[in-house]
Design a protein around this ligand. Structure first.
Ligand code: ARG
Ligand code: GLU
Length: 711
């Protein structure tokens, strides 16, 4: 039994395993082996069609959307599809009381009606090249890790400037396999991106937080943008004179019905996975870090919810904040359950025994025989530091507006003290909008309650070595009253004035402000103790992880493994498939509009729907997007995706677009640490549903005509 488990783990880490998927593949490394495995599953795609540095290929139709999501081009005029939740802040920023695009949707009827979004950009990847040798130039074994690191950084800085590229391109170098390999990416950033269309939230966010990370799912999570370019089709800053970006590389769309077993491929920018951690690291995450973060966020969410359910204004103000905080709160709960249910820690421990036996058999560096003891010690040493860091970030940065303002003001003060007047003025300008804007969706009473609860949590759980004991948590009510009444941190007008002051006056005001003074001691603890200790232990852990990763590669005779996600362009493929979330339960892989009607709750903020959708359902008015009398909405597959893959194209065996990735199932969110084919599934919105909504809810025939759709 043990042997089988080890073998399973072993094969799961390999690219040429017999599993029904391939994961996190670097497009330029598509081997013949992988292509033929994909072909066995029905694919007709060649390596060249998927990625080619000098010919038009699918990589030219996939973009990183605004740094964090993925999108795909669906017309020769630069039309982009991505998720509704990826376009959300843009949609929100154009919304007013009279034109509420978040609530009602937005359907532009001409180029002139498309809305610019300052600061938004998309990134093409034109070329990917393994440049490990160049990055490692000058490194030799007499150097210690610190010397190696600085040499590597020097090389990277030089190569990013000197590798050949066109004027409008950039070179970005990224580390793979925990620093054992380096790849250069030739990229192009287009900076004039306009909002073209968005469904009403009751479709784009249907099910909201209750359905988030869940199956069965019925969300129409898409929005539509367009890339604009200068007259020469090159990247250009926003200008009313810019024109739609023109390209030969765009996805044709297939609306043929889908079924379980169909091959598909996801092309996109997964953010971060950590599949090669030792057991002890996963154990720390599951037993120490995740519970701390879950507990902190639960405290915050409960307070928000109690106010939101009583007060409609607060509900409106806090919906987006609540969704952001709840997203990873829920993810971590699922991750912990999945790790326990599938016995990941035991599997990893078994693998580690196998690793040691292989290290002996292959006569690898004898250091490998004690590597797990070293990990054990480092993670012991790391525990309180990691915990302290997480509590600090959750409490002072992510979950309370007042404390976050204090943190930004602290940065400003530091900038003046360390870098002088000009840097201060620059940052002041940069922060001004953020700081004053933070009062828009803000309620003093809610924030104050959260503040009190978080500071109590701090007093109870911050590890002793990092805890600041200069305040008495029993007095937190009085402390909070004083701060929220008298501090500039809770006073938008005073804060605005402060942001126009010169550095001397600015600092003088802060140094007499009760809120700022209260927060500053904790922030100083962070920068003076927690962060340096963290950097120190982290670099030791990273060095050891790099060594371990190299060892794993040796154990597998340097056959290709799946490199952890690092925000770079990747391919993952699989089949449309359901799963068994629990004993005796089977989830089918395709959901339908009738399921929306089943979930429909009139007036509810998560489950209300447009009347038009109900009428379309009653009349079975689905043609040509479905001829069967059932309209598909979302579907599941076995591709290995993570945060950042939102908006990724789901592509069929012919290279046509069939859906847009937007989520994973709850039971399988542990796939960031360990991918298990049995319960890990990605969730996509069916392109047929997307087109149905554009056509019949938005009545936006212009867009339907612009795309090329095969029936
Ligand atoms: N869980 C999806 C992804 O991480 C969707 C998140 C947006 N939706 C929401 N209800 N918060 O990130
Ligand atoms: N919703 C996620 C995102 O925004 C993708 C889902 C996932 O984490 O798999 O990137």
């Amino acid at each position: 039994m043990k042997k089988i488990l080890v073998l399973l783990l072993v094969t799961f880490l390999f690219q040429n395993s017999r599993s029904q998927n391939g994961r996190m593949i670097i497009p330029s490394e598509l081997s013949n082996d992988l292509i033929s495995r994909m072909q066995e599953m029905g694919s007709k795609l060649t390596a060249d069609a998927i990625y080619s540095p000098d010919k038009t290929s699918l990589n030219d139709a996939v973009i990183q959307f605004n740094g964090g999501c993925t999108g795909e081009i669906v017309s020769p005029d630069g039309l982009i599809l991505t998720n509704h939740h990826c376009g959300y802040s843009a949609i929100q920023s154009h919304s007013t009381f009279e034109h509420n695009y978040v609530k009602d949707g937005f359907w532009s009827q001409s180029l002139a009606e498309e809305l610019p979004n300052p600061g938004m950009y998309v990134t093409f990847v034109r070329k990917i090249e393994n440049i490990t040798d160049k990055v490692m130039e000058g490194i030799d074994d007499t150097m210690d890790e610190t010397q190696k690191k600085s040499m590597i950084q020097k090389n990277i800085n030089r190569l990013e400037k000197t590798l050949p590229k066109k004027d409008w391109q950039e070179i970005q170098i990224k580390s793979f396999y925990d620093g054992n390999s380096y790849y250069a990416f030739t990229i192009e950033n287009y900076k004039d991106i306009r909002l073209v269309a968005a469904p009403p939230s009751s479709i784009g966010k249907f099910g909201a937080d209750t359905d988030n990370w869940m199956w069965p799912r019925h969300t129409g999570d898409f929005s539509v943008f367009r890339i604009y370019a200068g007259k020469n089709n090159r990247p250009a800053e926003y200008s009313p004179d810019n024109v739609p970006y023109h390209t030969d590389s765009y996805f044709k769309i297939s609306i043929k019905p889908k079924k379980a077993g169909d091959f598909f491929l996801i092309y996109g920018f997964p953010g971060r996975t950590q599949e090669y951690l030792p057991a002890v690291a996963v154990q720390q995450k599951v037993e120490v870090i995740n519970p701390a973060r879950i507990k902190t966020r639960k405290t915050v969410l409960d307070i928000m919810k109690s106010y939101m359910s009583k007060n409609d204004t607060i509900k409106l103000q806090y919906t987006a904040k609540y969704a952001r905080i709840a997203n990873y709160w829920k993810k971590w709960i699922g991750e912990n359950q999945g790790i326990k249910r599938t016995g990941v820690i035991e599997k990893k421990k078994d693998f580690e025994k196998y690793f040691i036996s292989q290290a002996q058999a292959k006569k690898m560096d004898p250091d490998y025989l004690r590597i797990f003891n070293l990990f054990e010690n480092l993670y012991k040493e790391n525990r309180d530091i990691e915990l302290a860091r997480n509590y600090f970030i959750e409490i002072f940065y992510l979950n309370n507006d007042l404390l976050k303002r204090a943190l930004l003001l602290y940065n400003l003060k530091q900038t003046y003290e360390k870098q002088g007047k000009e840097s201060f003025a620059e940052l002041q300008k940069k922060y001004a909008g953020r700081l004053t804007g933070s009062f828009k969706n803000y309620n003093t009473t809610v924030d104050k309650d959260i503040f009190k609860a978080l500071m109590k949590l701090y007093a109870a759980y911050m590890p002793a070595a990092y805890k600041n004991t200069s305040f008495n948590p029993d007095n937190i009510d009085d402390i909070a009253e004083n701060i929220y009444q008298n501090s500039v941190l809770n006073n938008p007008d005073e804060l605005k004035k402060l942001l126009h002051k010169g550095p001397k006056k600015f600092i003088k005001i802060l140094d007499n402000d009760p809120g700022y003074l209260f927060a500053e001691k904790f922030i100083k603890d962070y920068y003076q103790k927690i962060a340096p200790d963290y950097q120190n232990i982290r670099s030791k852990i990273n060095n050891l992880q790099k060594k371990y990763m190299k060892g794993i590669q040796q154990v597998f005779d340097n056959r290709p493994l799946y490199p952890d996600a690092n925000g770079t362009l990747r391919i993952t493929y699989g089949v449309i498939k359901g799963y068994e979330p629990h004993d005796a339960v089977y989830y089918f892989p395709i959901s339908h509009v009738k399921g929306i009607i089943e979930k429909y709750i009139p007036g509810d903020y998560e489950f209300d729907i447009p009347k038009k959708l109900i009428d379309l359902y009653k009349n079975k008015d689905y043609k040509p997007y479905s001829n069967s009398g059932e309209m598909p909405v979302d579907f599941l597959g076995t591709a290995h995706t993570t945060g950042g893959n939102s908006g990724s194209p789901a592509i069929n065996k012919e290279g046509e677009l069939i859906g847009i990735n937007f989520d994973r199932v709850w039971e399988g969110t542990m796939s960031d640490l360990y991918y298990d084919q049995k319960i890990c599934r990605n969730i996509m919105v069916d392109i047929n549903y997307v087109l149905f909504v554009i056509d019949k809810i938005g009545n936006d025939k212009r867009l339907i005509k612009e795309m090329s759709i095969t029936k």
